[in-house]
Design a protein around this ligand. Structure first.
Ligand SMILES: Cc1ncc(COP(=O)(O)O)c(C=O)c1O
Length: 392
């Protein structure tokens, strides 16, 4: 067992050695600008096309439907803003449907479109498990709805959304459907010929690829107004010289993830279930709940709320014990405010600051999980004492 146990793969993952090996020549040998016409440019451009083809093949899509961006957030921004701006330009509707459980990359984009650009936005509520009801989506549809954006899986509580049904509903009404699949990219089998999804966001650093690159699938024929204008790279969807090394790394990481998917799923699910069962056993029943859906959840994701405790204090004590976890989404760590996601699923104030998320990865072992479970009572005891001190 390594001295530190990393259980925050939902925030980011180590880069796979095979991915690093694939990327290296694009800094040292094939460093040309892929838009240049000379030999160095052509070899970079060939690698870029190859990366696009690899990703497309693995999701039964076409290479021209793959856009490289700078991160998962940018993919979400480009999808949501790009479609809504294109709809406005073409007189194709002013209304966007999304949900209260989305990552900020979607939610804040939707709020900005509403508050600063006069789009109409419906933000759907979710049930106690964080699930969006397909009936609620149906009820929100209007003649001028241009886009429905519902995530594949939530980062903080792991709940999977019924994206197949929501996408089918969108298509029945001739509405485009975007899904933020940043957390679900590696563990889902994507088949874009069968799935009613028009735009799909991935972030390779969540599946053993590099940070600083995002992927956006855009179905052929879907128009986007680009937010990054300039030289017209990426088929006019995202200007700027493409980071060839990272695109190559993104493709290699996606390939490894998809090719080893079945084995990884079994490994993740078993560690996740061990962790959930262990946590429920060692923390008193009146002080812990499993957050998110009990079964319809990401295979590598175990999330909890601990009563009258601070998620940040839990993280600090876990960190001191050599365990890396998260209190929710990576962006929220270090922020003592109640979790909006835990509020959205209807938890009261006693629970909403005590979010704790463990996301397992390929290098974790059952022994790691057992160690976490054994450490937990001491951590909880320390945090409980601190919270009692402050509430006395
Ligand atoms: C569901 C979801 N969407 C979007 C993002 C943003 O991705 P990135 O950090 O690559 O911008 C994250 C990051 O944690 C996420 O979990």
């Amino acid at each position: 067992m390594s001295t530190r146990i990393y259980l925050d793969h939902g925030a980011s993952t180590p880069v796979h050695p095979q991915v690093i090996e694939k990327m290296l020549p694009f800094w040292t040998e094939h460093y040309g600008n892929p838009s240049s016409s000379h030999a160095h440019g052509r070899s970079a451009n060939f690698a870029l096309d190859e990366a696009r083809r690899t990703i497309a093949r693995l999701m039964n899509a076409q290479a021209k439907e793959i856009v490289f961006t700078g991160c998962g957030s940018e993919s979400d921004n480009l999808a949501v803003r790009g479609v809504m701006w294109a709809a406005r330009k073409n007189g194709g509707g002013n209304h966007l449907i999304t949900s209260a459980i989305e990552h900020e990359a979607v939610l804040e984009t939707a709020v900005q479109l509403r508050d600063h650009f006069n789009f109409d936005v419906t933000i759907l509520e979710v049930d106690e498990y964080g699930r969006v009801a397909v009936d609620d989506v149906a009820a929100a549809i209007r003649p001028d709805t241009a886009l429905i954006s519902i995530m594949a899986a939530n980062n903080e509580i792991g709940t999977l959304q019924p994206i197949q049904e929501i996408g089918a509903l969108a298509h029945e009404h001739g509405i485009l459907f975007h899904s933020d699949a940043v957390q679900a990219a590696a563990t889902t089998r994507w088949d874009m010929q069968k799935m009613p999804i028009d735009l799909l966001s991935f972030a390779p650093h969540k599946f053993y690829g590099p940070k600083g690159v995002g992927i956006l699938y855009v179905r052929e024929g879907v128009e986007l107004v680009s937010s990054l204008t300039g030289g017209g790279q990426e088929n006019g969807r995202r200007s700027g010289t493409v980071n060839v090394a990272f695109a190559v790394g993104a493709a290699e990481a996606f390939k490894l993830a998809q090719e080893n998917r079945e084995a990884q799923l079994a490994h993740y699910t078993s560690l996740r279930d061990q962790l959930i069962a262990g946590m429920m056993q060692v923390v008193p029943a009146n002080e812990i709940i499993l957050t998110g859906h009990p079964t319809e959840r990401l295979p590598h994701h175990a999330s909890f709320a601990l009563k009258n405790m601070s998620g940040n204090d839990l993280l600090i004590h876990l960190d001191m014990a050599g365990i890396c976890a998260s209190s929710g989404s990576a962006c929220k760590t270090g922020d003592p405010k109640p979790s909006p996601i835990l509020e959205t699923v209807g938890l009261d104030a006693a629970w909403t600051t005590g979010g704790l998320r463990f996301t397992v990865g390929s290098q974790n072992s059952p022994a790691d999980i057992e160690h976490v479970i054994q450490t937990m009572p001491t951590v909880v005891e320390k945090v409980r004492k601190v919270s009692q001190l402050f509430s006395a």
